[in-house]
Design a protein around this ligand. Structure first.
Ligand SMILES: [Zn+2]
Length: 244
């Protein structure tokens, strides 16, 4: 049964890739955010949208960033990084949506590579042993065909030469959308949500996410990993951060 599912997923991916290429031949390549036609020098976004992507420049910070502070007093996180701020009028909103629901697998890897270029020289991440994408429930992954955080991690891994561990944490429950919940409800919604296995072979890992809002998913995951692995150093790397 396992192999049948495996072939099925592979086939599904192949068909999507071929379709994407076909569509690209018939229709010109358009900006994923504003839909304007791209020049040959532009990749995924037009220059205008690229400029409006609200970069954090956290890689240049000497002082603690707002993302560092988000976890203070909650769970011990070594270092954090996010490439963009997430806000309502930023092109990143549309991009995250495309990434999550529109089968833009290559976009995920590309964005991960951009994170890698930003932090490649950063001492804070020099001793990373592995990247662990925030897992999604296996049913969700089967339906969607991929985990968007895993794609980001793949692109990042290529740039900074660190392996991606995919099977070391599991999401044990399906969760509802967080958007309509109060902070306490959100916390209840995500506590005891993950199962971590033994990570005794690694010292410093980074959890990779697509977007961080309250930080409660990361908090829950990091606490579970630290429970199982007292020695572990955990950092957090995200594509976007919704600063409140
Ligand atoms: Zn654009």
């Amino acid at each position: 049964m396992q192999s049948v599912i495996g072939i099925d997923k592979h086939l599904k991916k192949k068909i999507f890739e071929s379709l994407n290429e076909l569509v690209g031949l018939v229709f010109p390549n358009n900006c994923l955010s504003c839909d304007s036609e791209l020049s040959s020098a532009e990749k995924h976004f037009c220059v205008h949208c690229e400029m409006n992507l609200n970069r954090t420049y956290f890689e240049t910070y000497q002082e603690p960033s707002s993302l560092d502070k988000l976890f203070w007093g909650r769970v011990k996180i070594e270092n954090t990084f996010a490439l963009y701020y997430f806000n309502a009028d930023s092109p990143i909103r549309k991009i995250l949506h495309e990434l999550k629901y529109q089968h833009k697998e290559r976009l995920g890897v590309y964005l991960g590579e951009n994170i890698g270029s930003a932090i490649n020289e950063n001492q804070k991440f020099k001793d990373l042993d592995a990247l662990i994408p925030v897992p999604i429930h296996h049913k969700k992954k089967f339906i969607r065909g991929y985990n968007q955080s895993e794609l980001i991690a793949q692109g990042l891994a290529k740039q900074i030469n660190v392996p991606v561990l995919k099977e070391h944490v599991l999401k044990t429950r399906h969760t509802q959308s967080q958007t309509r919940k109060s902070n306490i409800e959100r916390w209840e919604n995500v506590s005891n949500l993950f199962k971590s296995i033994d990570l005794s072979g690694v010292n410093h890992i980074a959890i990779v996410d697509d977007v961080i809002t309250t930080g409660s998913t990361i908090e829950s995951l990091a606490k579970e990993m630290l429970n199982q692995n007292k020695h572990l150093k955990i950092s957090v790397i995200s594509l976007a951060f919704a600063k409140s």
